[in-house]
Design a protein around this ligand. Structure first.
Ligand SMILES: [Zn+2]
Length: 259
């Protein structure tokens, strides 16, 4: 795969996600309080405020990557956590991190409450898209061949997104999934996936180097040197780990010699 270094505009968001996290957490709480159906609730942010514990993480810097990042600690099976479960939680996620935006959240919630069976099927299809997407993103950052089955599944999602979307006779031409349906959210994410994987920012897609993290992000740093989903989270943990290793070595040269 040929890698290029496209020029990018100034970062829209700082690498530190403290502010967006707290904002999204507040919106999330508001959305939760406004709804009557409560059978599926997202995991709330933990008291420590770790980005990995939040129901909505915006560290990806792109809706498709934030969608992929709804699985926390993906590469550590002992800690892996699906942060968004059930139609209601996905509707709230869509309001803060999804491409449709806040104004469609209430409609999504109402649609989910009115037809639970359809909402459950739509949720399963969303998760299916994410399952196909994750190994493809891994292959991208590893400069490897995507696994055939997941690639075919992703191709199916991209094709269905067009099939089920409107195409108004206006310019510029744009496929328009129904923003008030969870199916539409899936289609929008599929279309944005195609845009991301075929666009100028392809070479800026990174995977956090934090042990077990596995989150993806769009590296908008000037020199394309960003390594962590969050400097204050995985970055901090890595600094602490290296500091601990260094002090242990310094305290016990014999142990280092034996190692
Ligand atoms: Zn990380």
């Amino acid at each position: 795969m040929t890698k290029q270094r496209p020029a990018l505009p100034a970062p829209a968001v700082p690498e530190s996600t403290a502010a967006p996290e707290s904002t999204s957490a507040r919106k999330n709480t508001a959305a939760r309080e406004n709804t009557s159906a409560r059978e599926n609730t997202a995991v709330p942010a933990d008291p420590g405020g770790s980005v990995h514990a939040s129901a909505v993480s915006l560290v990806g810097g792109h809706p498709v990557l934030d969608f992929a990042n709804t699985v926390a600690w993906r590469l550590d099976p002992a800690r892996t956590a699906d942060r968004v479960q059930g139609p209601e939680a996905w509707a709230r996620w869509a309001a803060t991190a999804g491409p449709a935006g806040q104004e469609h959240a209430e409609t999504l919630l109402r649609a989910a409450a009115a037809d639970p069976a359809r909402a459950e099927a739509a949720t399963a299809a969303l998760v299916d898209l994410r399952t196909a997407l994750l190994p493809v993103l891994d292959a991208l950052v590893d400069d490897a061949q995507p696994p055939a089955a997941q690639w075919e599944a992703l191709r199916g999602h991209l094709a269905r997104a067009r099939q089920d979307s409107a195409l108004p006779p206006t310019f510029p031409l744009r496929w328009q999934p129904d923003p008030d349906r969870l199916d539409g959210l899936r289609h929008e994410l599929a279309l944005r996936t195609e845009e991301l994987l075929g666009g100028d920012n392809l070479d800026r897609v990174r995977r956090c180097e934090g042990a077990g993290c596995g989150w993806f992000f769009l590296d908008r740093s000037r020199n394309a040197t960003r390594r962590w989903c969050s400097a204050g989270d995985c970055g901090n943990r890595d600094r602490a780990r290296r500091h601990y290793a260094r002090t242990r070595r310094e305290a016990s040269p014999a142990a280092q010699a034996q190692a």
